[in-house]
Design a protein around this ligand. Structure first.
Ligand SMILES: NC(=O)c1ccc[n+]([C@@H]2O[C@H](COP(=O)([O-])OP(=O)(O)OC[C@H]3O[C@@H](n4cnc5c(N)ncnc54)[C@H](OP(=O)(O)O)[C@@H]3O)[C@@H](O)[C@H]2O)c1
Length: 413
């Protein structure tokens, strides 16, 4: 971003870098800047500064600094999904009150201009949005599809700089949850808090799942399935259903071809039909692309004396109770390799109303847990409410025939 701000292009647009606030003044820098300070409020209070670009990350002190800048009548650009997802309504109100701009294109899906595109669907009723919004998870799952286990794929992602050493924000689904909160808030003009969204990460997936997905449906003439970490918003008469979870999607679904660190957003609207946005979702280049595009737009606004219209987020929406959401999928469980184990598992599932479509024992993945030989069993079940599924899994967990936690993975329609 600094390279752009000190380039002839920025100069031609009348954009001048006034200063940079950092945390560690004595850290070596790749670029030189006119005024380096560790006091962000100095820059915010400078009457010569029109625009503040916040790229600190995390909620604190970023949120307070954004608020301070807006309240000083400065426009703000941020890539901070943690702050925007939790405080967007209040920050948009503040920007409106002080008649300044707030650009946050870089907070979701890097170089894909998703914020602008979604705001372009104003007259549309979007019935469904399914996104691959976390490049780290998608990179890990792409490697696992090639046969790596989770830990090796994570280490490779860390080596390549996609995954942080503290990877749980990504692999636990929380980063995608923040982005889904922002996207669904814009789609339905209502502030969706990340805490409203059920969230399941990818850390429990293992090679058995990827192997099963690749082969599933082949006998029925399908092309197999991919495993993806999906962020979904579905609007129906019953309310808004939101979720971040791993799921199997058919290989002929547009999102199945989104591989490596790429992001993809699939939208279905009543009038516009299906739409797919695809591109590089994170990292230095794509994030800079989104920040720079905001800087150029907001600089133009400042010259013209106009501001962008920010959504009011005042619409009331009803959320669907996550436990009532019906989904088909499969249960993976480690069955003790002794006579009667399959019958016991079937009995428990039957008692909880699971209608089994298929059951397959994966002998190739036989292993030893707590001194007992176990064989993973994969049971495909017809759609059931998540509440029923969760009670069934609990009952399986309590059986001494099943070792470790049984795991449920959805099929995405
Ligand atoms: N990296 C990506 O791929 C990506 C993609 C999309 C969005 N984002 C978002 O972009 C933002 C920045 O991410 P990043 O990866 O560039 O983070 P980063 O490498 O950790 O950089 C953070 C910068 O903020 C400075 N800083 C930290 N605390 C500060 C404070 N209290 N006052 C002033 N400066 C402070 C740091 O200063 P020092 O240099 O002195 O330590 C550093 O220059 C985050 O909101 C992130 O979520 C990043």
């Amino acid at each position: 971003v600094i390279r752009f701000l000190t380039s002839p292009l920025a100069d031609r647009q009348g954009i001048q870098l006034k200063g940079v606030a950092v945390s560690h003044l004595d850290k070596p820098r790749e670029v030189s800047v006119p005024r380096l300070t560790d006091e962000p409020l100095e820059l915010i209070g400078d009457p010569d500064v029109d625009l503040i670009v916040e790229l600190i990350g995390g909620e604190s002190p970023a949120r307070d600094l954004i608020q301070a800048a807006l309240s000083c009548g400065k426009s703000v650009i941020t890539a901070n999904k943690a702050v925007i997802s939790r405080h967007m309504r209040q920050l948009f109100d503040l920007a409106r009150e002080y008649r300044v701009d707030l650009g946050y294109e870089a907070s979701v899906a890097g170089a894909i201009p998703v914020i602008r595109v979604l705001q372009g669907f104003q007259g549309e009723h979007i019935t469904r949005m399914t996104g691959i919004l976390n490049g780290t998870c998608n990179y890990i799952l792409s490697r696992m599809e090639e046969g790596m286990d989770f830990q090796s794929a994570l280490s490779l992602a860390q080596e390549k700089g996609f995954a942080e050493s503290e990877h749980e924000l990504d692999t636990g689904g929380f980063d995608a949850r923040d982005k889904l909160a922002i996207v669904s808030s814009l789609l339905y003009n209502s502030h969706v808090q990340p805490s409203e969204i059920p969230c399941q990460g990818i850390t429990e997936l293992n090679p058995v799942d990827l192997d099963f997905a690749a082969k599933h449906g082949l006998e029925e003439g399908e092309r197999g399935y991919s495993v993806k970490s999906l962020a979904t918003a579905k609007m129906s008469d019953r309310g808004l259903e939101l979720s971040v979870h791993p799921a199997l999607i058919r290989r002929d679904h547009p999102l199945a071809s989104v591989r490596d660190e790429t992001n993809g957003i699939y939208i279905e609207g009543e009038l516009c039909g299906p739409q797919l946005l695809l591109g590089r979702g994170a990292g230095r280049g794509p994030t800079t692309s989104a920040v720079v595009s905001d800087i150029l737009r907001l600089a133009k606004n400042t010259r013209r004396g106009v501001i962008d219209e920010l959504p009011t987020l005042g619409q009331r929406i009803d959320y669907l109770d996550p436990m009532s959401v019906k989904t088909a999928g499969y249960v993976r469980m480690n069955l003790r390799h002794t006579p009667g184990s399959i019958a016991e598992a079937s009995r428990i599932l039957g008692n909880h109303g699971f209608n089994i479509e298929d059951s397959i024992q994966r002998r190739r993945f036989k292993t030893v847990i707590e001194g007992c030989t176990v064989i993973p069993d994969i049971v495909t079940v017809e759609a059931l409410p998540l509440g029923t599924l969760s009670r069934g899994l609990q009952a399986l967990q309590e059986s001494d025939r099943i070792l470790g936690d049984p795991f449920f993975v959805r099929f995405e329609e």
